[in-house]
Write a new protein. Structure first.
Length: 367
């Protein structure tokens, strides 16, 4: 549907340009009157034409997360919205003791201490301890005496009891630095933590955890919602162009596609609205998206590309009756019409094919 709509739009553009350029030319098969005065000239040249769909997006941040309290206590410290928290730094505090950020993909789900079974969460903890300057011994998935000693040193540096055990809820494992995007808890609020340690009895329900704050990564992205009939234009890894506030155009890439629930619409009675998709776009290279959270940016998705095709300025195209077109060619002081078949139109040019039309010819334009 989107492709048909775009083709129709191109046709309308061609007809509109041709109507402007015609300026009194004949509508018969003989083409426009050669003696008509030209408003300008252009050149028949080989160009690469790209047809784009421009979609409006919103500047934001990638990787939304919610930090949950797994310990009990009164909230005694919270970050400010917009703060960036890095490895080893405090996310918030309960009863005066910090809950700290460590990097990792596996969420904390048990207390880590000597005697726990091997696991990726142990390896994750040891990697963070080593990165923070502590020495957990060999970094692997085994919690050893050396791991416990590194944990004790880490606890002492943060004013925690040096037990050598990392209780569930003392750290939150998240992917990289976190930007605080919102607060769910208030200072002075009493939170009841969840359980869920490795030794929990089978069948015992785990108390609900409490949301404390919302975070995102520090990487700015542009989120673009595409309608159901536009989904075919976007795919993961696709190269796009991003037009930033102020007009700067930078290269980007589709990082992720996420289904968006249908929101209804004005379809036929009884017809269900089709779900769309949200494209997450990140800029590439050394370019950066400005810190304009919530601002609008346009994303250009390439629909179709025609490489090295003969083309003329769009305003050189003349309607000569029905859906037939021509261009006026200037050669040796003479002017003659050449009937052409138009193709893809983009960036003010249109692909053309016509008998006798050659690269380098001069054509009249409508100005």
């Amino acid at each position: 549907m989107a492709r048909r709509a775009l083709v129709a739009a191109v046709t309308v553009a061609l007809l509109a340009a041709a109507a402007v350029a015609l300026a009194g030319g004949s509508g018969g098969a003989s083409g426009p009157e050669p003696s008509a005065k030209a408003a300008g000239t252009g050149t028949v040249a080989r160009r690469t034409l790209a047809e784009h769909l421009t979609a409006s997006g919103t500047i934001g941040y990638a990787g939304e997360s919610t930090v949950l309290a797994r310990l009990s206590g009164t909230v005694t410290a919270l970050p400010a919205v917009g703060d960036v928290i890095r490895r080893g730094e405090r996310l918030y505090a309960l009863a005066g003791e910090p809950v700290l950020l460590m990097y990792g993909a596996v969420p904390a789900y048990r207390t880590l201490a000597e005697g726990v079974s091997d696991g990726k969460d142990v390896d994750q903890l040891e990697r963070n301890l080593a990165a923070l300057g502590y020495s957990p011994g060999t970094v692997d998935d085994v919690f050893t005496y050396s791991t416990a000693a590194a944990v004790e040193a880490w606890q002492e540096d943060h004013g925690l009891e040096a037990t050598g055990e990392v209780e569930l809820g003392r750290v939150a494992f998240l992917r990289g630095p976190q930007r605080v995007s919102g607060l769910e808890a208030m200072l002075g609020e009493a939170l009841g933590g969840g359980g869920g340690g490795e030794g929990e009895s089978e069948g015992e329900s785990e108390p609900a955890s409490t949301p404390v704050l919302r975070t995102s990564s520090t990487r700015r992205i542009v989120g673009v919602e595409l309608e159901a009939n536009q989904q075919s234009i976007a795919h993961r890894g696709q190269k796009v162009e991003v037009v930033l506030p102020g007009g700067a155009e930078v290269p980007g890439k589709v990082h992720r596609l996420t289904a968006v629930e249908a929101t209804g619409g004005e379809g036929e009675p009884g017809e269900e609205a089709e779900a769309g998709v949200e494209a997450t776009v990140a800029v590439t290279g050394k370019h950066r998206i400005p810190a304009l959270d919530g601002a609008t940016a346009n994303v250009l998705f390439t629909q179709q590309v025609r490489k090295d095709v003969l083309s003329v300025p769009l305003t050189a195209l003349l309607a000569i009756g029905g859906d037939r077109f021509a261009v006026l060619v200037e050669e040796g002081g003479a002017r003659r019409p050449v009937e052409v078949t138009p193709g893809l139109a983009a960036n003010g040019y249109v692909e053309v094919q016509g008998t006798g039309l050659r690269e380098g010819m001069t054509v009249e334009t409508g100005g």
